[in-house]
Design a protein around this ligand. Sequence first.
Ligand SMILES: Nc1ncnc2c1ncn2[C@@H]1O[C@H](COP(=O)(O)OP(=O)(O)O)[C@@H](O)[C@H]1O
Ligand SMILES: [Mg+2]
Length: 508
Amino acid sequence: MLARVFSCAVVGLDGLVVEVEIDAISGLPGVDIVGLPGKAINESRQRVQTAIKNSGLPFPRRRVVVNLAPAALRKEGPAYDLPIAVGMLVHQGVLPLHALDDAVLIGELSLEGSLRHTRGILPAAAAARAAGFRRIFVPAADAREAALIPDLEVYPLETLRDLYDFLTGARQLQPVPATRMEAASPPPVLTDFADIRGQEHVKRALEVAAAGGHNLLMIGPPGAGKTLLARALPGILPQMTLEEALDVTRVYSVADQLPADVPLVRARPFRAPHHTISHAGLVGGGNVPHPGEISLAHHGVLFLDELPEFSTRVLEVLRQPMEDKVVTISRAQGTLTFPANFMLVAAMNPCPCGYYGDPVRACTCSMSAVTRYQKRISGPLLDRIDIHIEVPRVAYEKLTGLQPGEPSAQVRQRVEQARARQRQRFAGIAGVHANADMRPAHIRQFCALDSAGETLMKAAMQQLQLSARAYHRVLKLARTIADLAGSPQIESVHLAEALQYRPKDLLA
Ligand SMILES: Nc1ncnc2c1ncn2[C@@H]1O[C@H](COP(=O)(O)OP(=O)(O)O)[C@@H](O)[C@H]1O
Ligand SMILES: [Mg+2]
């Protein structure tokens, strides 16, 4: 008798329904798995056999073949344990033949027959729903994640036996309630602007960056507070929309980075990979392709501290995703893409010793060493950073003497208002959510200057020798600064502030 149950594969961030067929063939007792199984799936033979036995259920005494369809899709990971085990029980007539025709089954089995947390449940549940399935059976640990998908009954399983008992009527099993998704209170602020003394111009730059989604680079000596300031950024970022939260959760689910008690990621990601990170760790990849740090930073911040310490190869690969907001990973079975719409925040010392240009401490680097250090960051990468800001050292006496600054929550309100203006402006324009995303045509449409502004811009272009790219950068920033001020028109003051954030030639 041919038995058939349904499961789900995850390709990139998308789920795809997979059929699991079981049939008997002639030969010695045992299990063959066909249909492009990956290595982990072949291991599932032993797990399934032991789990069935330890659940007090019978294992086929003949040779059976497990076919995973579609065959062209490579099947990876342990998520097929449960459907294979259940398929074998159906095949033997232990479970009724058509009881699971409306259900998708996912989950890794332990040897004793319990269900382990399995990655990628959210995209799988979404695919199951989209394919018209009514029910999904998942490890209990992952049920709240699956229950983010509406109109799908999510059955939590502690063990394989739970499912058997449920289908044979020996016990009840209730679907979990839909996971609540209404707006939560903003996540706690870990590093508050109020606790950072002085550095008002840097805080302002961070506010502008947050308001318009602009990339930002901080340059300054060690101990100036660059890392501290960067870590305060999440506290002023606008709250994620529900749609953004679901996007981010999908990435974390597939990357297997979703905290156990968090079915929905609410806080904007802040990722700070170490400069020794590998290429695959940063952009994603691997045998079973996982999202990398740039995708884990989707809708949030990618913080590259000590920027010149990153290998030039790693920095080069950032260019394409910064342009396209997605990263493409090529592999034997073709390419796949992960989202990577992040805000880049970078920090660096001005030179190897860190004190080039410091008013107090002398720099010990040779001129050529300073040049080489700064040249490590390529022009094309710098070109994609709208805000360049110097972070000078604050004297200790000044630090302790200064009043506490404005709290992050207050700054965030201005950022939210500026974002709301941008949402209105860009409604219906695909791929443009914030001022930083504007392309030249949008800049022409939304960043018109008045005659005073035109005069100022013309003078700046000549005196500062701004390139066309720099010109666009300044206009986008000026738009954000005007939005923060609640001004429909870009005024000269906004433009003047925007000009402050251009890259300075530190060696000049
Ligand atoms: N403006 C500031 N207000 C409060 N603490 C500060 C300030 N600047 C630096 N610090 C403290 O000094 C230390 C060094 O700051 P850090 O951010 O690591 O500097 P950098 O990254 O520029 O080398 C941190 O422990 C930080 O808490
Ligand atoms: Mg630092």
